[in-house]
Write a protein that binds this ligand. Structure first.
Ligand code: RIB
Length: 304
């Protein structure tokens, strides 16, 4: 499938990113080294990453009637994301993420704003985008009842539904039963299922009522095949600059290459995520399909 049609239900944020030599202690004031503004939001990131990889992407979400909202909407259009399903709402500011990047990792606080104007009614109005999609994706930065509505519509029309349960919250059984594949990290899976975060990843996956592709950061991914088997995909070694958006790139590539089968899709998702962390900002490092294929060819050459 050259250009799968992917519909993303999700958040759109302006990321305000401060770089620091380390994370501050509670109550400490620390001098940062840089401040930059990037397009972000898990939904928008997944939409952009999928579009760069060659998918036809529709985004369903909401921005505020403000400067950030206009800038983000324009940016999405420039990235070839169809924003006809993105509402502009008054009375709520565009979503914003306060991000600190330090020690090769990040801390993120999201103020949802207009993202919480994505309601079940909004999803019903945009249902055609789900019905016409090859695959549907969502995360948890928009209200849960809207995510459930999207999952129900996808199920009714036989469309695979990928749920990235981030930020983590306990998920109702109803939603877990509608999901084709859940894509948490280990902590997110524990919270999603209401289990202890101390439980080993393999055991957490075995407790899930739906198939899981678990991201393990620098350790790659662990995934269930739906028949009781567990498989591991090693990561691709790169020097990370900023890990923000790596999970979103992973999810987008998983959806983009879904038609190739789970094992190949997870491998390509790990490679795309690895490339994405080599530049600052959630979306800057997201690869095109050509860059992804070149990266994989170089990896194969280096291994021989
Ligand atoms: O997954 C990364 C994203 O999480 C950031 O772009 C930020 O907006 C938050 O939503």
């Amino acid at each position: 499938m050259n250009q799968p049609r992917i519909t993303v239900i999700g958040s759109i944020n302006m990321d305000l990113v401060t770089s620091a030599p380390r994370f501050p202690q509670v109550g400490e004031t620390l001098l940062g080294t840089d401040f930059r503004q990037f397009m972000g939001g898990k939904g928008a990131n997944q939409a952009v990453a999928a579009a760069r990889l060659g998918a036809q992407v529709d985004l369903v979400g909401a921005v505020g009637d403000d400067a950030f909202g206009r800038e983000l909407s324009d940016g999405l259009v420039q990235e070839n994301v169809n924003t006809d399903g993105v509402a502009t709402v008054s009375g709520r500011p565009t979503g914003m993420a306060n991000i600190t990047v330090a020690e090769g990792d990040n801390h993120i606080i999201v103020v949802s704003g207009a993202n919480f104007a994505v309601t079940p009614e909004h999803i019903r109005q945009e249902a055609q985008r789900i019905i016409e999609a090859d695959i549907v994706m969502a995360q948890l930065e928009t209200p849960l009842d809207a995510v459930i509505e999207a999952a129900k519509t996808a199920k009714q029309h036989g469309k695979p539904f990928i749920l990235n349960p981030a930020p983590a919250q306990k998920l109702p059984q109803e939603l877990l039963e509608l999901v084709t594949v859940l894509t948490p990290n280990a902590y997110e899976l524990a919270i999603s299922l209401g289990l202890s975060a101390e439980m080993p990843p393999e055991e957490l996956i075995r407790h899930s009522p739906c198939p899981v592709v678990m991201t393990l950061g620098a350790e790659g991914a662990l995934f269930s095949d739906g028949k009781g088997g567990l498989h591991r995909q090693a990561s691709f070694k790169v020097t990370p600059v900023d890990t923000t958006g790596a999970g979103d790139t992973f999810n987008a590539a998983l959806a983009r290459y879904w038609h190739l089968g789970l094992q190949e899709a997870v491998k390509l998702a790990c490679a795309a995520a690895a490339i994405s962390v080599t530049q600052a900002g959630a979306q800057s490092g997201m690869p095109s399909e050509k860059t992804l294929r070149q990266f994989l060819a170089e990896q194969t050459e280096n291994a021989n």
